[in-house]
Design a protein around this ligand. Structure first.
Ligand code: ADP
Length: 506
């Protein structure tokens, strides 16, 4: 160990987290314990903040998937029969254990995702615990209805758990995604096999390790592997009775195809290219803060909810942009594990290449102008990581892929507008329909927008993200199904049974 490492608290922290990453390397969580996978192959896990390899994860294929699903299937028979509130009590206990390990989980997540500890992963770990508690409390609320029919005829509905849930998550917020998928599935009496994202498997494995200390073996299992191998095999497995997925729209479509023949429900939380519209009468300070919040700097813009199409009314364009452009450089980019860092690194070289391709495309577009960013940070300490400055681009036509595709990085377009009908039409002229935000002091305009915008998650005069009890999901290419609400638990993690008990005399 170098002397620098001994005296620098951030490097000391990294050293400790790197040790934890090594401990979790090469394993999956199966049947209540850490286990080696059947596959002998692994793939590297990288720290995107410095490009160093921090661990390895098993490259599971169909045989590992089958073993995990069989385990979960066996566990289902018992788990589904545990009285609902007892299941809830176990999930509450799991939440307590996760809470006790929050800091370690957050640090590990920062190490492998590049998301900053101070602004993203600590908060995300808290949200994760909250989501477990939320669904734990709802376990006893999976109610059916009674239907009046006739004397002596008892007509009612009840909700049944589906069976083994295959959960597939991305890398951008793995702790939150784990809770969203796992807590809801388990509360409803299902068991889970979760496939971690290739880029960020380790913090999720640690979550599952913690869950094993409370839950019966086989109820919550986690595997790693590539999408086309492990992910696809999980979707196709005959005993997987529900798939819950968050990721790109292209993969969401592939998953729907993969399960089509066995006809199982799919929740698909997919991409977004979300409009953030400021009207002429908006509160300028508030709207400028909202535009910044919409950029999701704490995740380097790698958020489905990010407001990446910014539409500013001509009357307020200058004052809003002045504030936004002044604020962006004040966010400190740096080592994700440093408490002083507010913006970390992009997840991978591949993803940064993608961001750079779109910025290059914008540069070549006649009339387009990079207002800020458009480059890697100059700090030599960050040269080995996949850092990129927050980038705002003006003057890109609505037809450009820069305006239409989900870039999934710190890049947003800014446009001027004067006619509300036109800006609303442009906002809706998108393949996606996830989130949308409007800034106005005019109540009528606000509700008009709410009624006519094609998005599943609509906000007026605030920008915040989904959390427990705020239902989330999109329309169009942004997906199908909803998460994080009581209704999502009932509708997407159980199936309804209609029962008629006829005791009437013939
Ligand atoms: P991203 O671009 O954010 O990585 P993806 O949609 O490619 O988003 O991946 C999200 C998750 O879906 C990852 O866990 C990935 O392994 C998985 N995945 C990718 N392809 C498939 C597939 N064909 N079937 C099932 N899962 C897949």
């Amino acid at each position: 160990m170098s002397t620098a490492r001994l005296i620098d608290p951030v490097l000391q922290r990294m050293e400790a987290v790197e040790r934890e990453a090594k401990r979790l390397s090469g394993l999956i969580v199966l049947d209540g314990r850490f286990a080696p996978a059947l596959t002998q192959e692994t793939f590297d896990v990288e720290n995107p903040g410095n490009g160093e390899i921090i661990g390895a994860a098993p490259r599971c294929r169909a045989d590992d998937v089958d073993r995990a699903v069989q385990v979960a299937h066996r566990a289902f028979a018992k788990w589904a029969r545990i009285p609902a509130r007892e299941r809830g009590a176990l999930l509450l206990k799991a939440a307590d254990r996760l809470e006790a390990e929050r800091e370690g989980l957050a640090q590990l997540s920062s190490l492998e995702t590049g998301n900053a500890l101070a602004t993203q992963t600590r908060g995300e770990a808290t949200t994760m615990v909250d989501i477990f508690r939320f669904f734990a409390g709802l376990a006893g609320e999976l109610k059916g209805v009674t239907v009046p029919r006739a004397d002596g005829v008892f007509l009612y509905t009840k909700r049944e758990p589906l069976g083994v849930v295959g959960a597939i998550i991305p890398w951008n917020a793995p702790l939150m995604q784990t809770a969203t998928k796992t807590a809801a599935a388990l509360a409803a009496g299902n068991t889970v096999v979760l496939k971690t994202a290739e880029q960020a498997p380790l913090a999720v494995l640690k979550c599952f390790e913690i869950l094993q200390s409370v839950l019966p073996p086989g109820v919550a299992n986690a595997i790693s592997g590539f999408g086309e191998e492990a992910g696809q095999a999980l979707c196709e497995h005959p005993l997987v009775r529900k798939v819950t997925f968050t990721g790109s729209s292209a993969v969401g479509a592939r998953i729907l195809h993969a399960v089509a023949d066995k006809i199982v429900p799919v929740t698909a939380e997919l991409g977004g290219k979300n409009p953030n519209i400021v009207m002429a009468d908006a509160d300028i300070e508030r709207a400028a803060k909202g535009v910044i919040a919409g950029l999701r700097l704490q995740r380097q813009g790698q958020s489905c909810t990010a407001g990446t199409r910014i539409y500013l009314h001509d009357d307020v364009y200058e004052p809003v942009m002045e504030r936004v452009l002044a604020a962006i450089p004040t966010f400190r980019i740096g080592n994700p594990l440093d408490d002083a860092t507010q913006v970390g690194s992009i997840i991978s070289r591949t993803q940064r290449d993608r961001v750079e391709r779109y910025v290059a495309m914008a540069r070549k577009t006649p009339g387009a102008k990079i207002l800020i960013g458009g480059e890697r940070p100059s700090d030599p300490e960050l040269a080995n990581g996949y850092f990129y400055t927050t980038t705002l681009i003006e003057g890109v036509p609505a037809s450009s892929p820069v305006c239409r595709d989900e870039i999934f990085g710190p890049v947003a377009t800014v446009s001027r507008w004067t006619d509300f009908e036109s800006v609303l039409a442009e906002a809706n002229d998108s393949a996606f329909g996830l989130a949308a935000v409007l800034w106005t002091e005019n109540l009528r305009a606000a509700f008009d927008f709410v009624d006519r915008i094609e998005a599943g998650f609509v906000q007026v005069n605030q920008f915040s993200v989904a959390e427990a009890n705020i239902e989330y999901g999109g329309t169009k290419l942004s997906g199908t199904g909803r998460e994080l609400s009581a209704e999502s638990l009932v509708n997407h993690f159980t199936w309804p049974k209609t029962v008629i008990v006829n005791t009437a005399a013939q």
